[in-house]
Design a protein around this ligand. Structure first.
Ligand code: SF4
Length: 325
């Protein structure tokens, strides 16, 4: 089938098959780009959303995710830190809103937060949402929580929950052995039941195959996500993936274009690894990206909101809504 025809069908609600998605990955790059741009424009016009993440609690994680600097299985020399206070979160959110960032997310290391820690996050969200000067949406990435936790956090002002599936169902087992994708999906289902939006994505460049990349997109479609962050592996010294060869620019472009065709109305967000792709990340807006995490990542440096705005301006991309509600 011609790409143009397929794009029209997708706009009209067609869900592409695994076989079509794999074929799409190998399509001529210019055609893929044109089709992905058309879909992005159709579903999102030319808006670009910025969010930022707070490293709310860092290190000493009991899990063994092979990409992660915060796992206690690996010698990564990161600074450990307990959960920030409600006041610290409040100040950060206020500052982020002033910079024009649309979403503020608290991200914490570990399987899940304790009840006391959840109360601290809920207190922070409550204060932020009650301050009419702070216009920012609130997200959390706090581990494998349960329904009661989600209800409490939603009542305090959190609107979206983040829990990455990280990779394909098949490849995930090679990346993490201390918890399962099923546990993550159960968590996501409970967050949905509590009425929260879902942000779930992946890390590419961990040695996964093209089929795995397609399967990630299909899994996210099955879960029904609202936003999908795409991280590009930033190999951390001391982790098992420290010597992983980088994924090529073209493979990143193809992966994102396939994501756009499988997840046409889902926000596709550039996330970790921003410095690795600094020289070309604005090209990815032509392959389906329409959001990005700005500022530092959890334990690695990122680009500031000003760096991001300048890069967008320099690229001459047609972006109508940037760093503004
Ligand atoms: S990704 Fe999360 S769960 Fe996995 S090791 Fe890092 S902090 Fe722990």
């Amino acid at each position: 089938m011609q790409l143009k025809e397929l794009g029209e069908k997708i706009i009209n609600g067609y869900k592409i098959t695994r076989e079509e998605a794999i074929e799409l990955y190998h399509a001529p790059l210019e055609e893929l780009k044109e089709s992905a741009t058309k879909l992005t424009r159709h579903f999102f016009k030319d808006d670009l959303e910025f969010c930022c993440i707070s490293n709310g609690k860092c290190g000493r994680c009991t899990e063994d995710c092979k990409f992660c600097s915060q796992s206690r299985f690996y010698d990564t020399q990161i600074d450990e830190a307990p959960l920030k206070t409600a006041q610290e979160f409040y100040e950060e959110a206020k500052d982020s809103a002033k910079k024009g960032i649309h979403r503020y997310s608290i991200v914490t290391a570990g399987v899940r937060l304790s009840q006391k820690e959840i109360d601290t996050v809920a207190e922070a969200f409550d204060r932020i949402q009650k301050d009419s000067d702070i216009k920012i949406d609130l997200c959390g990435s706090l581990g494998l929580l349960d329904l009661a936790d989600f209800k409490k956090l939603k009542a305090s002002g959190m609107t979206r929950y983040h829990c990455n599936i990280e990779s394909s169902p098949n490849y995930f087992k090679k990346i993490c052995t201390t918890h399962t994708m099923e546990q993550k999906e159960k968590t996501i289902a409970m967050a949905k039941e509590a009425g929260l939006e879902i942000c779930s994505g992946c890390i590419i460049g961990m040695g996964e195959s093209i089929e795995d990349r397609v399967d990630i997109a299909l899994e996210l479609r099955k879960i029904g996500v609202d936003s999908a962050p795409v991280n590009v592996l930033n190999p951390i010294k001391g982790t098992p993936l420290e010597d992983q060869a980088p994924i090529s620019e073209e493979d990143i472009e193809r992966t994102i274009a396939v994501f756009r065709h499988v997840l046409p109305d889902v926000v596709l967000r550039l996330a970790g690894g921003r410095l690795k792709i600094q020289s070309f990340f604005t090209n990815l807006y032509d392959f389906g990206i329409n959001a990005q995490i700005t500022g530092d990542m959890l334990t690695t440096a990122g680009l500031t909101v000003n760096d991001d705005i300048q890069a967008v301006i320099k690229s001459n991309k047609v972006i109508s809504k940037i760093a503004a509600k």
